[in-house]
Design a protein around this ligand. Sequence first.
Ligand SMILES: N[C@@H](CCC(=O)N[C@@H](CS)C(=O)NCC(=O)O)C(=O)O
Length: 221
Amino acid sequence: MDLVPEATLTINSRNYGSWSLRGWLMCRFAGLDVHVEVVDSNDPSARDELLLMSPSFLVPRLDIDGLAIWDTLAIGEHLAERLPDAGLLPIDQPARALCRSVSGEMHSGFASLRSAMPMNLKARHHDFKVFTGARADIDRIEEIWARCLDLSGGPFLFGDRPGLADAMYAPVCTRLVTYGVEITPTSTRYVDRVLALDDMRHWAAEAAREPDEIVELDAEF
Ligand SMILES: N[C@@H](CCC(=O)N[C@@H](CS)C(=O)NCC(=O)O)C(=O)O
């Protein structure tokens, strides 16, 4: 008998959709059996449907228990409330505050990295020149990872299982590999750990099956 999904997550692309990846990982880390619906936001009828449910017209969007929730951090916060035992947020209050801070920093920051190095799981760029602005973002991210791993003892940012902050930074892990960026041994170990997660492997395998529709990506996705 098929498992009945408890919720639906609307995403755009597995290969290019960094926010979609974050939202999906949050569902997986929360232990939510989510059904995934992929919409092409350039398709006018899909666009109309999205606008009805998600006034900001952004994906990912989680439909759960009659609620429509969009914006990745709102999805993560809702899942943490609904499934508190899954450990999306750390239990300890100072760690929880740090987790929210670094997740918020990813949500609203690192514009240079995001625009210069869009997520593209299938691509590998050799000899990619990381410009100064993006390098500064990467340095700050490495600082965040080192601090969180040091305080929590790892292997994930807030301890022994992946949570909200790991989901937020997962697309950075894939970008560092896509663009062959030099990083510290601590960051390399963390990136390898994230990319080795069954959920990440599963997502990447599905992304590899997506048609190459976008040749040159000039906007943050
Ligand atoms: N801050 C938002 C960002 C979401 C976002 O930018 N989504 C993009 C795709 S990844 C989107 O839906 N853009 C509209 C479009 O595809 O036309 C979040 O956290 O969910």
